[in-house]
Design a binder for this molecule. Sequence first.
Ligand SMILES: [Zn+2]
Length: 311
Amino acid sequence: MRRILATIIASLLAVVAVAQEQDFSKVEIRATHVAGNVYLLEGAGGNIAALVGGDGIVLVDDEFAPLAPKIAAALKALGITDKPVRYVINTHYHFDHTGGNAPFAGDGSTVIAHDNVRSRMAAGGAAGNGGSIHMTNKPADPAALPVITFDHDVTVHLDGEDVRALHVPAGHTDGDAIIFFPKANVVHMGDDFVRYGFPFIDVDAGGSVDGLIKACELVIATLPADVKVIPGHGQLSTLADVREYVQMLKDTSAVVAKALKQGKTLEQMKSAKLLDPWSRYSGDFINTNAFIETLYNSLSHRPHAPFVRHN
Ligand SMILES: [Zn+2]
């Protein structure tokens, strides 16, 4: 748990202070076999899924730029292939998931993501829950931008696997993709599913709790019951874990929606401690009050920063 918290705090700090150099020298990349040709790589920032085979490597997310050589070394140490990372697929634009794009692209990888990932990375701008969680992202290095973007879905065929990226609208952000490896029976859910408690929903970047619920329900309804689930942050999980999480999202949303209907203000909801029955989800990053804000802003359709798509 301490390691998970440290990872989240590290990610948050990095988001808050883009320009400040974080010390990644102590971070080690741990590779775990998940199923078939798919591995889970954990270091700092978001989880990485790696498809590793004789034809080369596909990465889903790539943590932070300074970790790219360690990630490459960990992949090589698996002893499966000397071929490079040929494709990187980003689950969303947050730079604890896209930080390695520039170094991997520099080594010849093709970066793929939803249209809005590229647009948001290029533009920079506000991120947050519309309340106390607020960050400003600087425009990304042009070398870090995805060079292939998609609107609905895209499939990468490599190593006998069909890596399917499907856009799920307005969940954690407005550019989320869920990545399924059908042959290995593994899914990477990006930050639409996390294990650090109440989720961060980037309401300022078009995220919503309804979209998050829909994304999780789509996974539950359409993927095999025994699919192995890689969350955006935290330990390898199952569909039962996703079900429990989506139930919490629905129950907490219903409580805040009811209070909104009764005309309660945000401050009244906080003082009434509306989400105390779910306090076990309260974390260092998103505590109970921060999640009340998230739901309040998401459910009252508070307008977020205007955003123009460029595709
Ligand atoms: Zn994120």
